[in-house]
Design a binder for this molecule. Structure first.
Ligand code: AMP
Ligand code: MG
Length: 327
């Protein structure tokens, strides 16, 4: 199969819509990462997503809808705070898990009774969702376990020849996946950290828990138990610039080509070494993280990431990704 990459316009959206409505799957941009999309009501199409990615069959998908879609057609909204969060943070990188009404196929929710729902803010994605006017389910558009794609070219590298079309909507601005929030209980509970932070949710609705994924627990968000986001090269996670420097020099001694991935401040300290500079603010770092990992895997034998050693705000999501990709 030939994989076309088309810039988003009326014609390419019409083409993507046609493919989706006839049971195919396509790559689509969102503001977080690129997704691999299928019509959420088409079980056979959804199976293709799992096949193409090599995704574990017990890891459910997020359903995406446009901003005017009546979500009560798909889910029961049992708590008023969910309406408030929807008003404040959508369209945007917040996925809320509701009790499902069963309209999205069982293949997408892995037979479960909940549905994860998201309203992306990416303009091109909104146009596609509006054109289809039905839930589109999509995980990230990478091979399972690999780093999530943030450009159409990243998607092509993983899925070339396996899907007919990738809609090109430019580089994702968010850079890490959406926050996944369980809104079925009295208090909202973060299942996966992301750009909508615990602090933002507490400020908006008064409280927010963070789900702990302990050994032996019933895992509420199956995806969090898997290895994830790994670049195709060796990796290491250092606690400090000094430790990274020592690892770097050892690599060089061993005849390998290392790169250090770090924030702007450490990049300045480590001038003269091969560096992947993530930038300075939390938002900037999140936005660059996967792009730099995917750049790194092409030039480095080993990426040595320096830990941020903090978990406040967006750093909770960043450190979660960093530990899984480089730890
Ligand atoms: P991905 O699309 O690969 O970024 O992964 C989506 C994330 O959402 C995974 O961690 C899934 O386990 C999680 N997820 C999807 N649907 C549900 C659901 N119904 N309940 C809990 N977590 C979910
Ligand atoms: Mg993924």
């Amino acid at each position: 199969m030939k994989t076309e990459i088309l810039k988003i316009n009326d014609k390419s959206i019409e083409k993507a819509k046609k493919i989706l409505l006839s049971g195919g799957i396509v790559g689509m941009p969102t503001e977080t990462v690129y997704g691999l999309a299928a019509l959420g009501t088409d079980g056979e199409a959804v199976k293709k997503i799992y096949e193409v990615k090599g995704r574990p069959s017990d890891n459910p998908l997020i359903a995406h809808v446009h901003k005017d879609f009546p979500i009560e057609e798909l889910v029961f909204v049992n708590n008023d705070y969910a309406f408030e969060l929807k008003k404040l943070f959508t369209p945007g990188p917040l996925t809320m898990v509701f009790e499902s009404k069963g309209k999205v196929c069982k293949e997408a929710v892995c037979g479960g009774d909940t549905l994860a729902l998201r309203i992306p803010s990416h303009e091109g994605c909104q146009r596609l969702l509006k054109a289809v006017n039905a839930p589109i389910v999509a995980p990230s558009a990478n091979l399972s376990k690999h780093t999530s794609p943030v450009t159409a070219e990243h998607v092509r590298r993983d899925l070339d020849g396996k899907i007919p079309l990738i809609l090109d909507g430019g580089k994702c601005t968010g850079g890490i996946e959406s926050t996944v929030l369980d809104v079925t209980g009295k208090i909202p509970r973060i299942l996966r950290a992301g750009l909508i932070t615990r602090e933002m949710i507490v400020k908006a609705v008064g409280s927010c828990e963070i789900a702990e994924h302990k050994e032996g627990d019933r895992v509420r968000s199956p995806g969090v138990k898997y290895r994830h986001y790994r670049p195709n090269c060796e990796t290491a996670l250092a606690d400090s610039a000094e430790e990274a420097e020592a690892l770097y020099l050892q690599c060089v001694k061993d005849g390998k080509k290392p790169y250090i991935m770090c924030d702007g401040e450490n990049a300045e300290k480590l001038k003269g070494y091969n560096v992947l500079n993530l930038g300075n603010t939390g938002e900037e770092i999140a936005s660059n993280l996967y792009d730099k990992l995917l750049e790194g895997e092409r030039v480095a034998d080993e990426i040595i990431a320096i830990s941020f050693n903090r978990e406040d705000g967006v750093y909770l999501g960043i450190m979660n990704r960093l530990r899984k990709s480089c730890g």
